[in-house]
Write a protein that binds this ligand. Structure first.
Ligand code: PLP
Length: 336
């Protein structure tokens, strides 16, 4: 009898899920957090989610390539710059969520600057992590500044992502230019290139590589390094002494979404305090955008970090982003 009613129940809930329909989600944070969001939303709403995880720049390229026949409904997570570019290029839609009043000012500003096409969901500062055992073995002391990453002792010992695919690495590019000016900034990136062992696709990969002892230094968002520290890896998190940039991780509804009502449901749900708690549970320690979500105690304290006045509108503009990426390809990536 019990087995019979269980079968009937599973049949009913499968039917209910079907009735609620589908959602195609493009996710640009860490896989674990993407999966946690997907399962919780399915459980809360009965809507079946098909999720693809890719880095921020890669997802932008996919949304753009699919513009004439969009496959995705919602793009959740990843740095704000490609979300801003997508907004400007008309690849995403205006939406005003009833949850806007619960958000931090920086999250609302992102929405206003993008003409309501993208909204801030979290924030975090850029920095780097270093493996304390390798730092000792390589006699590099304790790196504290961006300038320290140019030391000859760090030849082939610095890892960072490629800014074309990774929002983290594009944040580095924009940060260095805003701190040093464009000419000196590119000189810095060319000098750094001599120490770079690999440009990875994903922005968080260098933090993991430093934790595993595959590189001495990994440039990444500080919260990505904290994830490694929480896992007891021998790494230290650094907020660079010259100051640093930060991201406003974002969310956008894709224009032409085939499951538009479900995309809006996800959007409203993802802005709730409860949904935003899932980040810390998946060991992602950003600062959440809903004012009622507790800031995870492990999250680097933005107030204690020397943050630059990051110009999100300029560095998220289509023209500037394309120009800087192509300049980086020509002047940095292709150097021997
Ligand atoms: N994962 C986390 C935890 C992030 O904070 C971010 C930035 O938004 C990303 C992934 C994006 O990574 P990528 O640099 O690969 O685009």
């Amino acid at each position: 009898m019990l087995a019979g009613s269980m079968t009937a129940l599973s049949f009913l809930s499968a039917g209910a899920a079907r009735a609620q329909g589908q959602l195609v989600m493009y996710c640009s944070v860490q896989e674990e957090w993407c999966r946690a969001m997907t399962s919780a939303f399915e459980r809360d709403t009965g809507i079946k989610v098909s999720m693809t995880r890719k880095s921020s720049g890669e997802t932008f390229a996919q949304v753009k390539a699919e513009a004439s026949n969009p496959r995705g409904d919602i793009w959740w997570g990843g740095t704000g710059d490609p979300h801003m570019q997508a907004a400007e290029e008309g690849l995403t839609m205006e939406y005003s969520s009833p949850k806007m009043s619960e958000l931090q000012d920086w999250a609302v500003r992102q929405w206003e600057q993008s003409k309501k096409r993208t909204v801030g969901i979290y924030s975090g500062a850029l920095g780097f992590g270093y493996n304390t055992e390798l730092a000792k073995a390589n006699k590099i002391g304790e790196p504290k500044c961006w300038a320290d990453l140019l030391k000859p002792e760090l030849k082939d010992e610095v890892q960072v992502a490629d800014p074309n695919s990774s929002g983290t690495a594009y944040t580095l590019l924009a940060t260095i230019i805003q701190i040093m000016g464009e000419d000196k900034g590119f000189e810095y990136l060319k000098a750094l290139h001599k120490n770079v062992n690999q440009y990875t696709k994903s922005g968080a990969a260098p933090a993991k590589a430093a934790a595993l002892g595959e590189t001495t230094v990994g440039i990444a968002f500080m919260h990505d390094v904290v994830t490694m520290v929480v896992d007891k890896a021998p790494v230290k998190v650094v907020a660079p002494c010259e100051g640093t940039g930060y991201e406003i991780g974002s969310m956008s509804i894709i224009k032409g979404a085939k499951n538009l009502e479900n995309a809006k449901k996800f959007y409203d749900w993802a802005l709730t305090a409860d949904a935003q708690k899932l980040g810390a549970e998946a060991k992602s320690y950003q600062v959440p955008s809903n004012k009622n979500t507790p800031v995870p105690p492990q999250a680097p304290k933005l107030a204690d970090i020397k943050l630059i006045n990051f110009d999100f509108a300029k560095y998220g503009s289509s023209e500037e982003r394309k120009r800087l990426l192509s300049k980086w390809d020509n002047e940095v990536k292709n150097l021997p």
